[in-house]
Design a protein. Structure first.
Length: 143
């Protein structure tokens, strides 16, 4: 069980879904301020709209929400790809190629999280990356 790539891939799928679900909570929770400076910052983020060109006027809160929506979408997309690969029992060379792509994509995601965020997204992204790397390393090279 511990040496089968499919086991680690299923664990990665679970953590991809958990990461997407946890991050989706930020889309429905309203930020709360604890002092006057934070109140002013949150107010400006939602009310001040920059001219983005071509007739687009967006607030920083709208841009933040758009980027926050992309993170769970990325993780759900990865999980669905992995589920498809496991359910269809595709040949290992194809699985290995998909996993290499995912290791690169989720590795870059981990480095972005390390550079720009805080502990929960770093830990969850790190777990997904390590689990995908383990699955990739355990996929047999030959059919």
């Amino acid at each position: 069980m511990w040496k089968r790539y499919s086991f680690w891939l299923w664990v990665a799928i679970v953590f991809q879904i958990l990461t997407a679900a946890a991050h989706s909570l930020s889309l429905i929770v309203t930020p709360q301020y604890s002092n006057d400076t934070e109140r002013q910052l949150l107010e400006l983020m939602s009310s001040y709209k920059s001219d983005m060109g071509a007739g687009f006027h967006r607030s920083m809160q709208q841009l933040f929400t758009a980027l926050s929506a992309c993170f769970p979408i990325l993780y759900i997309f990865g999980a669905l790809n992995n589920i498809y690969l496991l359910r269809k029992r595709v040949e290992t060379s194809l699985t290995r190629g998909f996993l290499l792509i995912e290791v690169i994509i989720f590795g870059v995601t981990l480095f972005v999280m390390l550079a720009l965020t805080f502990l929960p997204p770093i830990v969850m992204s790190g777990l997904v990356f390590v689990l995908l790397l383990l699955a990739f390393l355990l996929v047999p090279r030959k059919v």
